[in-house]
Design a protein around this ligand. Structure first.
Ligand code: HEM
Length: 207
């Protein structure tokens, strides 16, 4: 085993603020949407916390985006342009998660500095970070002040459409917050990837 520096400090700071923020957003979101289902706090403080943390997460997202935009590390997010290669690698990875891992087979993905994500992570993180998080931030800001953003809401299809999109993406994230840590626990030890997201160093098998 040797150590490889894969998560730069800005990514780690962004990630843990983001993770904590999403837990708060989901809890307060449920509180706001499904009044009476959970009553940790009353409606008004839930709205205030949801709005404030939402703006922190938007600023945090721009920190993540600008870091990758102006760093050579952006290479980890560049998609595999050959569909055949991408699907073969995704299938190999699915087979590992669904079967090989239970048989003690080695992970088919080999981490390197510019190739830290396997095919499934790569696709998921691109969709999450470049599509779903921006959609959630945008619709959230529109819903934050419906009068001020009336014309943008109309352009997007009306309040019902904006609200439905926000809730559907929320439902995705409510599932993601459980599945993502589970998949992140499938390193060579359950805590290996968590430690890597704290220290920056991933432990990698010697070739
Ligand atoms: C309790 C919540 C969370 C935990 C415990 C957690 C854990 C982890 C761990 C251990 C990694 C490194 C291993 C890997 O690459 O898969 C990671 C990476 C990542 N996580 Fe999370 N996560 C959480 C929430 C989130 C949320 C809410 C998002 C997005 C909305 C997110 C997005 C990402 C992304 C994009 C990466 C790759 C970061 C990069 O290297 O650029 N995570 N997470």
């Amino acid at each position: 085993m040797h150590k490889l520096f894969v998560h730069p400090l800005p990514v780690r700071v962004w990630h843990w603020i983001n993770a904590l923020g999403f837990v708060v957003m989901i809890a307060t979101g449920i509180q706001i949407r499904y009044i009476g289902l959970i009553d940790l706090v009353s409606f008004k403080p839930a709205v205030e916390v949801h709005n404030a943390v939402g703006f922190v997460l938007i600023a945090n997202f721009f920190g993540w985006f600008l870091f990758y935009l102006f760093s050579d590390k952006i290479r980890v997010y560049l998609p595999e342009l050959s569909p055949a290669k991408h699907f073969a690698a995704s299938f190999r990875q699915l087979k590992f998660y669904g079967y090989g891992i239970f048989k003690g087979q080695p992970n088919p993905h080999h981490v390197s500095v510019y190739h830290k994500f396997n095919a499934l992570q790569s696709m998921t993180y691109q969709i999450v970070m470049l599509l779903l998080v921006p959609i959630q931030c945008f619709t959230g800001v529109l819903l934050w002040d419906v009068e001020r953003f009336q014309s943008a809401i109309t352009l997007a299809g009306g309040l019902r459409v904006v609200d439905t999109v926000h809730v559907l993406v929320f439902i995705f994230f409510a599932g993601f917050i459980f599945i993502h840590p589970y998949l992140a626990s499938l390193g060579h030890t359950w805590s290996a990837h968590f430690k890597a997201m704290i220290t920056g160093y991933e432990e990698v098998e010697d070739e």
